[in-house]
Design a protein. Structure first.
Ligand code: 13P
Length: 253
């Protein structure tokens, strides 16, 4: 049985004041929830404070990115071991915003995935196609390329300690959610591709959906066979919305 995971990707949002209000509302609203694993991924500068605030709660904390290198002359980068040291449990790698803005290619993302695991973090590997890819019928080819790069670099058993997030780029921050059927189709494709290497790993692997998940569409997505929770952007900044999404995931468990 795969325990659903709902993770909030705050992206480059927040302030000390806003974070403190959001976290106290989340703790009040989610304190009793056991059927779903919860995480928030704030901007790196806020991590120590957020970890401190959430210590003893049922909400884990993760980074939004980490370096593919262990340490050294890499200005501006953060090593996985640094995230682990301060108390992070997971880290997002390969988010489409970084693939686009920082030109992270699949080989680089795979190296980050490996480095994150070496540091003891659970990578949340993001994959997903652009609008033009979908329109040209290339969704599966794009997702396969992103996934295979990591399977080849890390080995399929590494996915025992990882999570995949399918985030169609055209659905991120646009209000255009993939229909549950569109999402399920790609989730099943991802699981089958992993199953091609190891059916047991695939059966236990959590595959999250991300892209305009809101309180009113979460249940429809999480109810499907291969959707094991969500990676939430905009709605994770709104306590009521995030709580409702987490509850929808708990009910799907
Ligand atoms: P939105 O929920 O704002 O569409 O963002 C999704 C996302 O990119 C999460 O990583």
């Amino acid at each position: 049985m795969r325990k659903p995971l709902v993770a909030g990707n705050w992206k480059m949002n927040g302030s000390r004041d806003a974070n403190s209000k959001l976290l106290s509302a989340l703790q009040d609203g989610l304190g009793d929830l056991q059927a779903v694993q919860l995480a928030v991924c704030p901007p790196a500068v806020y991590l120590p404070e957020v970890i401190d605030t959430l210590s003893g709660s049922n909400i884990e904390v993760g980074g939004q990115d980490c370096s593919d290198e262990a340490s050294g002359a890499y200005t501006g980068e953060i090593a996985g071991s640094m995230l682990t040291e301060i108390g992070c449990r997971c880290v997002i790698v390969g988010h489409s915003e970084r693939r686009q803005r920082q030109n992270e290619d699949s080989a680089w993302v795979a190296a980050k995935f490996v480095a994150a695991q070496a540091a003891g973090l659970t990578p949340i590997l993001c994959v997903g196609e652009q609008k033009e890819d979908r329109e040209a019928g290339r969704t599966e080819a794009v997702v396969a390329e992103q996934l295979d790069a990591v399977l080849d670099a890390a080995g399929v058993e590494a996915f025992d300690r990882a999570v995949i997030a399918y985030e169609p780029v055209w659905a991120i921050g646009t209000g255009l959610t993939a229909t549950p059927e569109q999402a399920q189709e790609v989730h099943a494709f991802i699981r089958n591709r992993v199953a091609g290497r190891d059916p047991r790993v695939a059966a236990e692997l959590r595959i999250l959906y991300g892209g305009s998940v809101k309180a009113d569409n979460a249940a429809g997505l999480f109810g499907l066979a291969d959707i094991d929770g969500g990676l939430i952007g905009g709605a994770s900044l709104d306590a009521d919305a995030f709580i409702a999404i987490a509850r929808a995931a708990a009910e799907s468990a």
